[in-house]
Unconditional design. Structure first.
Lengths: 441, 316
């Protein structure tokens, strides 16, 4: 079984290499790596240059690879069937699943090689342009977000309260209300009025604290405040941090925060006690003209020293490879079911739906009285979102560009989904289709 | 002995997208191909030959009936491991060289590396492509690609060889070689099932044939039995002139009281072509080995067209 799979994989690689697909793709990747950073203008800051170089370039390379992988998956099965070469394979003692796995493996190996080449090219670019980049680009930081109530549980609590108080709206179903509340909780901004204090808590994971202290680097508190109507406003804040429950203040400082710009405060490493909960309190100066807005999920975090950029780049590449593996599986399955043009069209539709779902982040009920067509569209987008979620939650490109460590545990969902679950499910489906399909060519 | 191929009541109805029957390609086909024989499946276009072969190979599912190939169901992996197949149109991977093609198909049969390489070298030599073994097949002529196709059908040293139009696209020399190869394989115990539009090829090579029309077998049997005219006797006499033959013919007609036909036998074009090539290459003529008779006398009920004949009693 294994030699047959390897032979088929090798054939898939040879087909791509000798049809000049790889050559053309390599040229496009090179053009992207060299041309894009020079063509797109950054914001003039070293951080902006880094985001552009890392984020945009890697995203563009990935887009190219994703499109090609999907297309290659469709072609590997459908075009071979149309060309008649599938007949000679079908009469050999090869099981449909072996054929599928061999093709998938070949495409994934090729994608991995090209992705590695793109990552290596990016790494070289960064080395060459190190002078233009921020001083700390070599080290990523690990992000610890603040503790927040679970949106579903919080929504349930609010619903219960509404029910108890007899204030349940009558123009929407309970499910629609719950979905709306969850959406609202996820996107909810916290308001700090002048003279008001607000506290958020952070649970310090063991590995993070030890690594941070080991490297002798302070913990950084990062917050990005906003204002209503996006006014450019500077506000005076007092910040306090302590290990919750001890009552001993470990850090206190006054700071000035410019709305829309990150506020970074170095906290003492003594706060990073594994397993402890750190409470951070912001108090807005009573003289402030307007309240400050803070999205705790997105804009408030403790930053610990993390792994190096190269290791983080490798993790990002691994997460992206998981997506490419899923794309290859998707293309192959479509190629098994349909002719090449239909499979390519369907593949494009799958990608678009996933992207729309991921970009809009919707798929949740907008309220009562929804027309049927809208409901169908919403469900399709919801399916796309659900499909894309395991891969996009790792957000490898964004994290890499923001110098945030991609947690090793965070790689598991995309790897499990793209490297195992999706290929296994699609391989079984494809094997069933291939077994049922008559090959009369 | 178990037949290499056995079909019982085989039927194939093709259906359209809405599952409505469109054409019955094969109907009530009972076929038994004995182990070690060369069996020819003949018929005009659309008679169901290729559909039958595809069902035997598991590429198409029968609508009704049963198939046994080498004692197993048609799509069985273990049966496929012992079958070699040459399709009517040789669709090979154009980016591969003949050597890579044979190595690839060898690995699909699970041959170990050493066997695969040895078998590849042997087959490339056999189909006369050793000199072009490293060129991509995409640049090959139809005949050369056909040779690679034949080689890939033999890569697993099959027990059953299924050949769909094996000589299609080949020049007469290669045709002759393929026919010799088929006979040699059959002599070595390989069962061969072949189809061909070139009836002369089938006649030379096959032990038994079945003629299909509209999906059904219209005639089946040993080639010799089917073609034999047991009510007709033919004398072959060498070195006889027309002048010498005429009185003999007349006397024979008078004595038998039947029509007697005499004519000069024609050399088959294939034999003549091969002889021309052999002589051009400075080799001894091949015609004399198998075509010694320049004059032929046939006693029959009816004269054949173009031959001189006399009726009983009309001889001078």
């Amino acid at each position: 079984m294994i030699p047959r799979i390897l032979a088929i994989a090798l054939l898939a690689i040879r087909a791509a290499v000798r049809s000049r697909v790889v050559l053309a793709l390599g040229a496009l990747l090179l053009l992207t790596l060299l041309g894009l950073p020079g063509w797109v203008r950054g914001d003039g800051t070293p951080r902006g240059a880094f985001v552009l170089l890392v984020g945009h370039t890697l995203a563009a390379c990935f887009l190219l690879l994703a499109a090609t992988t999907l297309w290659a998956g469709c072609a590997a099965m459908a075009a071979e069937r149309a060309g008649g070469t599938a007949v000679l394979t079908a009469v050999k003692p090869v099981r449909p699943i072996e054929l599928w796995v061999g093709k998938w493996l070949g495409i994934v190996v090729l994608a991995a090689l090209l992705l590695a080449a793109a990552a290596a090219g990016l790494w070289l670019q960064i080395r060459v342009r190190a002078d233009e980049l921020p001083a700390d680009w070599r080290r990523c930081h690990r992000v610890v977000a603040c503790q927040r109530p679970e949106p579903a549980a919080e929504a349930e609590r609010l619903l219960r309260r509404l029910r108890d108080e007899g204030r349940m709206p009558t123009d929407a179903t309970e499910a629609e209300l719950r979905a709306g509340l969850i959406r609202e909780i996820r996107n909810r901004y916290e308001l700090i009025h002048p003279g008001e204090s607000k506290t958020w808590r952070f649970r310090i994971p063991g590995g993070v604290a030890a690594a941070g202290q080991g490297r002798g680097t302070a913990v950084v508190l990062r917050a990005v405040f906003e204002t209503q109507f996006a006014l450019r406003q500077e506000a005076a804040l007092s910040v306090r941090a302590e290990i919750a429950g001890t009552g001993t203040e470990a850090f206190a400082a006054d700071a000035k925060a410019m709305a829309g710009e990150p506020l970074a405060l170095a906290l003492p490493a003594t706060l990073a006690v594994p397993g402890s909960v750190v409470a951070v309190t912001f108090r807005l100066d009573p003289s402030a003209r307007a309240p400050l807005l803070l999205h705790p999920g997105r804009n408030l975090a403790l930053l610990f020293p993390g792994i190096g950029f190269t290791a983080n780049l490798a993790r990002a590449a691994l997460a992206l490879l998981a997506v490419l593996a899923a794309f290859a599986a998707c293309g192959l399955a479509l190629g098994c079911c349909f002719s090449f043009p239909v499979a390519s069209f369907a593949a494009a539709a799958v990608v678009l739906l996933s992207l729309i779902g991921a970009c809009t982040g919707s798929g949740e009920a907008s309220g009562g009285g929804e027309p049927p067509a809208e409901r169908v569209g919403r469900r399709v987008i919801a399916a796309g979102t659900a499909l894309a979620r395991p891969f996009l939650d790792a957000a490898p490109v964004g994290r890499l560009a923001r110098s945030e460590e991609i947690p090793a545990r965070g790689l598991l969902p995309p790897l499990a989904a793209g490297g195992v679950a999706a290929p296994v499910a699609l391989a079984l489906l494809s094997a069933f289709v291939l077994r049922r399909r008559e090959n009369g060519a | 002995m178990t037949p290499a191929i056995e079909t019982t009541g085989l039927r194939k109805v093709f259906r359209d997208f809405w599952r409505r029957p469109t054409v019955c390609a094969v109907d009530s086909l009972h076929l038994a191909v004995r182990t070690g024989e060369v069996f020819g499946l003949l018929g005009p276009n659309g008679s169901g030959k290729s559909t039958t072969i595809k069902m035997l190979l598991g590429l198409l599912r029968p609508t009704a009936g049963s198939i046994s190939v080498l004692g197993r169901p048609a799509a069985d992996i273990r049966a496929k491991a012992r079958i070699g197949y040459l399709p009517e149109n040789t669709h090979l991977h154009r980016f591969l060289t003949p050597r890579e093609t044979l190595l690839y198909y060898g690995s699909l049969f699970g041959l170990d590396r050493r066997t695969r390489r040895a078998r590849t070298d042997e087959l490339l030599e056999m189909v006369d492509l050793a000199g072009d073994a490293e060129r991509p097949i995409g640049g090959f002529s139809k005949g050369m690609a056909r040779r690679v196709g034949i080689a890939q059908a033999l890569v697993n040293a099959p027990d059953l060889l299924i050949l769909d139009e094996p000589t299609s696209g080949l020049d007469p020399v290669a045709c002759r070689e393929v026919k010799d190869l088929i006979r040699a394989l059959a002599a070595g115990g390989v069962t061969v099932l072949m189809t061909s539009h070139l009836l002369a090829d089938v006649e030379h090579v096959c032990d038994r044939i079945a003629i299909m029309h509209r999906g059904m077998v219209q005639a089946e049997g040993a080639v010799g039995d089917l073609l034999l005219r047991s009510d007709t006797i033919r004398f072959l006499v060498t070195g006889l002139s027309d002048a010498e033959a005429a009185p003999l013919r007349d006397e024979l007609a008078a004595r038998l009281g039947r029509k007697v036909v005499t004519d000069h036998p024609a050399v088959p074009l294939e034999a003549f072509f091969l002889d021309v090539l052999a002589r051009a290459a400075g080799k001894p003529t091949v015609l004399t080995h198998f075509q010694p008779a320049p004059f032929l006398v046939r006693a029959a009920h009816r004269p054949s067209a173009g031959a001189s004949s006399v009726n009983p009693g009309s001889a001078a």
